[in-house]
Design a protein around this ligand. Structure first.
Ligand SMILES: Nc1ncnc2c1ncn2[C@@H]1O[C@H](COP(=O)(O)OP(=O)(O)OP(=O)(O)O)[C@@H](O)[C@H]1O
Ligand SMILES: [Mg+2]
Length: 345
């Protein structure tokens, strides 16, 4: 995280009015309108504004001071991202193999012998009309639903033998459609919660700051970096409560990434977003895939987003796979076309 005090040219002991004055002077000088020839003008101004927003608010400022105090590694150097199991990832191209999976709920067959695979580094889109079984598939991989038949292999491991609390350790993380955030905690703390599914120290202990200072400091740095990368740095110290829905969705992604996953499952991340937010989210997913070397399973109704960012698409209807291939192939598949026309009419 940038040093907000340095950005505003003030010291840690500066008063609120000194901060305000420093901001006014710099804002005038750095305003994009007065720096039309500087291609970075907008970014620099945004940074200044972020710094001001945090330091001008006494509560945010005191949290920021605590953040700096916990952070001996200067203003937050970028922690190099390393995979939990990097040596294993050399093994084979396939990361996930779903083989003949059937899930029944009483008389309903939600998944009916479904098979497909995801290669490492792919964004795999899972599409299908309502009730097709997408969320059920998602919940099988995150070990919430137990299939009655079939196998799921993840990086050479029999995933169905792993309990649901064991999947984080395998590098699997998920985002929740109905946001799994703590409303009264700050944005930063919410991300730190995500990191603690990996941490050795219990979350409650660390929040209470009973020791574990080192891990806590690293976690804070890491969480701060993630927030910057997702464009949430300026609101790190605000409570999650009351933030716009699109922002909470990004926070939800940051929370999932905090556990340093290799495989990220997203169930309808674009649901409820505006058109431009959907576009931005698509770009974000592509960015984080590259930056964190992720494989992504994306369940999504927003067809344009799925088709734009997926490497591979699996289409389902009534619990079965009806098509699989590149976005172009799946989009033009007659079964897919009729499945969608069938439900829309
Ligand atoms: N916990 C459950 N108990 C009973 N039936 C369920 C359960 N979960 C899903 N189903 C049924 O399984 C089928 C597949 O549902 P699922 O939620 O996986 O579909 P989906 O493709 O995610 O749909 P949507 O696009 O509406 O989210 C549906 O008929 C649904 O009613
Ligand atoms: Mg669903």
């Amino acid at each position: 995280m940038s040093d907000f005090y340095a950005l505003l040219g003030v010291s840690k002991s500066s008063s609120q009015s000194e901060i305000k004055k420093a901001y006014r002077q710099r804002a005038r000088r750095l305003h994009p309108d007065t720096n039309r020839n500087d291609p970075d003008a907008r970014r620099k101004f945004q940074e200044l504004l972020d710094a001001y927003r945090v330091l001008a608010d006494p509560v945010s400022r005191s949290e920021y001071d605590a953040f700096l105090a916990a952070d001996s590694v200067s203003g937050g150097e970028l922690v190099p991202y390393e995979h939990v199991n990097s040596e294993r990832s050399q093994r084979s191209r396939r990361l996930l193999e779903v083989d003949g999976v059937t899930v029944r709920f009483g008389g309903i067959v939600a998944l009916d012998g479904l098979s497909f695979g995801i290669d490492r580094g792919q964004i795999c889109g899972l599409i299908g009309p309502n009730g097709a079984g997408k969320t059920t598939m998602f919940n099988v991989v995150s070990r919430i639903y137990e299939p009655t038949e079939g196998r799921v292999t993840y990086d050479g491991t029999d995933l169905l033998a792993v309990p649901s609390h064991g999947i984080a350790r395998l590098g699997i993380a998920r985002t929740f459609q109905n946001l799994a955030l703590f409303p009264t905690m700050s944005v930063l703390e919410n991300v730190m919660v995500g990191a603690h599914s990996q941490g050795r120290v219990g979350f409650v202990r660390s929040i209470l700051r009973l020791g574990a200072a080192r891990e806590n400091r690293e976690t804070r740095n890491w969480a701060g970096d993630l927030l910057n990368q997702l464009g949430l740095g300026s609101i790190a110290f605000r409570p999650a409560m009351g933030l716009p829905f699109g922002t909470l969705k990004r926070l939800e992604i940051a929370r999932a990434l905090a556990a340093r996953p290799r495989f990220l499952l997203m169930d309808e991340p674009a649901a409820g977003l505006t058109h431009s937010e959907v576009d931005e989210l698509g770009d974000t997913v592509v960015d984080i895939r590259r930056q964190f070397d992720l494989t992504v399973l994306l369940v999504e109704h927003h067809m344009s987003m799925v088709m734009k960012i997926s490497d591979h698409v699996v289409a389902m209807e009534f619990g079965r796979k009806i098509a699989e291939g590149t976005p172009h192939e799946v989009q033009n598949d007659p079964h897919v076309i009729s499945a969608y026309l069938g439900v829309e009419s």
